[in-house]
Write a protein that binds this ligand. Structure first.
Ligand code: FAD
Length: 404
């Protein structure tokens, strides 16, 4: 295939989500953001629209679409707001997807339908207080088998969707055996409300203020042995694959934010005047917007490419890392320029560009920092070793053993 024209189905989805974002999300999300409040009403409407079930088969209540469709929805949501987009991304890409990919028939039938309808949310607990990039080296959370139960102990940090009133399950990565570089890591599903699971208070965040992110603590937290997700000891490999896909979704989100900056600026420079002309009259402003559009378009092509490879069943590791790296850079640069074009109003909560500015930064951090994306790209190019050269440095280890 050459080119990335959307087929009728994808274009119809794009338009539906665009309309939803502009008519339903845009008018109210600023208030939720300023209050630091999770927008349950909007999430319920997204559920009714089928967004949480987009890439899942109809038998689980899904829409039977593909990963490209899911990313397209994220892109159009993030053009207007990133809090709702990340809520969808984490719920589907990190929460429900591992259950769909690695769960037994019973686990899929039990957990997926309410998740696909957006009535409940799933979360993914990988990062720990001691480190997210070197998660394998820094992991301390354990799960031991005691009769027919797993007993989980430890803590997780920054877990999206983990503390909403509709959160149903958190899949947690834990050490289930071995030690040192031979750690056995498995995925265990911990239902919300399980005794021994303490969901901490919502963080006070710089951005994504209308999304839910919390620390978790596990103290002798017991779940049935059947809550193991997939094969014992395969947890780390499962989540490396999950994160490869997740990066495409974050790239779509970043490209959407970058495009949203262009949307807002085009409106603003047509109205705002200075020195007798609309701002859009001045070439310096036009060039800034032209650069923003070029970044947004390149970022969009990056995730289109990675998502198309995912749908075709091709390897995506390098394409996903490139898409995520470049889209997050585009989002940051566009948010900075959009805020500049808005002048003092860019610094006020009244306009969305200030929100975009605060939301863009985390795209260079979550689901693998920009440095981690560069490690992946370098490794995919066959480059090995690292500046530290020290044993234990992530760059010295085999690709499949490290790096979130
Ligand atoms: C709002 C938000 C939501 C999140 N949601 C989730 C979630 O739902 N689930 C989840 O599991 N996690 C989640 N995370 C965690 C996120 O994935 C981590 O923050 C991220 O992976 C980075 O880990 P860290 O914060 O521990 O930083 P560190 O790993 O401590 O890194 C700190 C800095 O050091 C750099 N660095 C580290 N190692 C190297 C190296 N070898 N060479 C060069 N530079 C290096 C990093 O790039 C970074 O700049 C979320 C984070 C945020 C902020």
């Amino acid at each position: 295939m050459i080119g990335f024209s959307l087929d009728d189905e994808h274009e119809a989805l794009r338009q539906t989500v665009r309309e939803f974002a502009t008519k339903v999300v845009a008018p109210v999300i600023g208030g939720f953001y300023q209050r630091g409040e999770f927008p349950y009403e909007i999430v319920a409407k997204m559920g009714k629209l089928g967004l949480f079930g987009l890439p899942f088969p109809e038998r689980y209540g899904g829409m039977g679409g593909d990963y490209f469709a899911f990313c397209l929805a994220l892109h159009e949501l993030a053009r207007v707001d990133s809090s709702v987009a990340i809520t969808l991304e984490a719920a589907v890409g990190l929460g429900a997807m591992p259950i769909f990919r690695y769960g037994s028939d019973e686990q899929r039938d039990g957990w997926l339908p309410p998740l696909c309808h957006g009535e409940r949310l799933a979360a993914f607990g990988l990062t720990e207080p001691g480190g997210g990039s070197d998660i394998r080296g820094g992991m301390r959370t354990t799960a031991r088998l005691d009769g027919d139960e797993w007993v989980v102990n430890g803590s997780k940090a920054f877990i999206t969707n983990s503390g909403t009133s509709i959160t149903s399950v958190i899949t947690v990565l834990a050490i289930t055996g071995g030690s040192g570089s031979r750690k056995e890591i498995s995925s265990i599903m911990v239902p919300a409300g399980t005794p021994g699971l303490d969901v901490g208070p919502e963080y006070s965040k710089v951005g994504w203020c209308a999304s839910d992110t919390r620390p978790l603590a596990f103290d002798e937290c017991r779940v049935p042995a059947g809550n193991l997700l997939g094969e014992r000891g395969r947890g780390y490999a499962q989540f490396l694959a999950t994160l490869d896909e997740g990066r495409i979704a974050i790239a779509a989100l970043g490209a959407g934010l970058a495009q949203g900056c262009v949307d807002e600026c085009l409106r603003y420079v047509a109205e705002r005047t200075a020195f007798g002309h609309a701002l859009g009259h001045y070439q310096a402003v036009q060039f800034m917007i032209a650069d923003m559009e070029a970044r947004a378009a390149s970022a969009r092509l990056g995730w289109y490419d990675a998502a198309a490879r995912q749908v075709a069943g091709e390897p995506v590791k390098k394409a996903a890392a490139i898409a995520k790296l470049t889209a997050s850079q585009a989002a940051m640069a566009n948010a900075r320029d959009a805020t500049q074009i808005f002048g003092g109003y860019g610094f006020m909560n009244e306009y969305p560009v200030g929100r975009f500015y605060r939301d863009a930064k985390v795209l260079e951090i979550g689901e693998g920092t920009s440095e981690v994306q560069k490690m992946i790209i370098a490794r995919e190019l066959g480059l090995r070793g690292g500046s530290s050269g020290a044993s234990g440095h992530p760059a010295d280890l085999p690709a499949e053993t490290r790096v979130v």
